[in-house]
Design a protein around this ligand. Structure first.
Ligand SMILES: [Zn+2]
Length: 305
């Protein structure tokens, strides 16, 4: 296999994780955050399996594409010599029941329907098909929904649907590995074209409203996220897990937090001092900012980039 596009954590997930540390999320917001986090973990779990493929295949992880003004997402895309495989990954756990008359996936404990993954797959397949056609690519599409969580059970599982269950994963990977395939220049072109079309920032987001003023100030432990840290000489020391981190690394980490959540704000010594809370002197922060960032302007318009 050749990993043509790696998976990275979305901006949304990184922001949500920070907001969870620095403000009180409502139960709904917290749920949305954990849902995104869990989905990502499931995808990473599947990546560990595709990494082991020995056959000639291009792997593109996490594609967000637009075609005919419609956005669609593909968790994993495999490009073989004679077929292209979009895969929808689900990290759902618990007991679920499929009702063939309504075509719903209903969680037994809560009696709530999960988003129908077959519909999601169908939609992304249609849009991908149309996009590939417009690029002159003729390869047939073969899509799958893959449930990766070992604690997931589907009752009344439908036959003849392209679904892979956790206990079938090994066999599925084995099958993928045995698909005869020799990739050529054409395939490389398709992979490059799709990777180039990937949209980095997701427009649909479930981020809560937030502002600098309302954020909890302070510096968290790099390891356990606790705010129970103090500065001891040139280190930040955690009183919960005992982790030591250099002050320089801690300041940079905090600056990156501000930049992620408030990209429009100018990084100044005062701002970082307020955000971090824990550092005894502004001088110390200023020294690190001067070393790590580019200083711009002068006097009261002095800031860092
Ligand atoms: Zn800690």
């Amino acid at each position: 296999m050749e990993l043509y596009k790696p998976r990275t954590e979305s901006l949304e997930l990184r922001k949500m994780r920070l907001l969870n540390k620095r403000m009180a999320l409502t139960p709904e917001e917290k749920k949305a955050y954990l849902y995104v986090q869990k989905g990502y973990e499931g995808e990473v779990l599947f990546d560990r399996l595709t990494e082991k493929l020995q056959c000639d295949v291009y792997v593109l992880n996490d594609l967000l594409l637009k075609h005919n003004n419609s956005l669609f997402q593909i968790d994993t895309l495999l490009i073989y010599q004679k077929s292209i495989m979009p895969i929808e990954i689900k990290n759902q756990d618990g007991d679920c029941c499929y009702y063939p008359d309504k075509e719903t996936f209903t969680m037994i404990l809560t009696d709530k329907d999960m988003k129908n993954p077959l519909d999601q797959l169908k939609r992304s397949k249609q849009l991908l098909h149309s996009l590939l056609k417009s690029l002159g690519v003729q390869l047939p599409l073969e899509g799958y929904v893959v449930f990766v969580n070992p604690h997931f059970t589907l009752y009344q599982a439908p036959l003849n649907k392209p679904i892979i269950y956790p206990n079938q994963l090994d066999r599925f990977m084995d099958q993928l590995n045995k698909i005869p395939s020799t990739l050529g220049n054409q395939h490389k072109k398709v992979a490059a074209e799709l990777a180039a079309r990937h949209i980095k920032e997701t427009p649909f987001t479930s981020l809560p409203q937030y502002s600098f003023g309302a954020m909890k100030k302070g510096s968290c432990c790099v390891k356990c996220d606790s705010y129970m840290v103090t500065v001891v000489e040139d280190e930040l020391v955690c009183h919960v897990c005992g982790e030591h981190e250099s002050i320089e690394a801690a300041v940079v980490r905090n600056v990156e937090e501000i930049r992620l959540l408030f990209p429009e704000m100018r990084i100044t010594t005062n701002l970082v001092y307020e955000w971090c809370g824990v550092f005894p002197s502004k001088k110390m922060i200023r020294r690190i900012l001067l070393k790590q960032y580019k200083a711009i302007g002068y006097g009261r318009w002095f800031y860092f980039e």
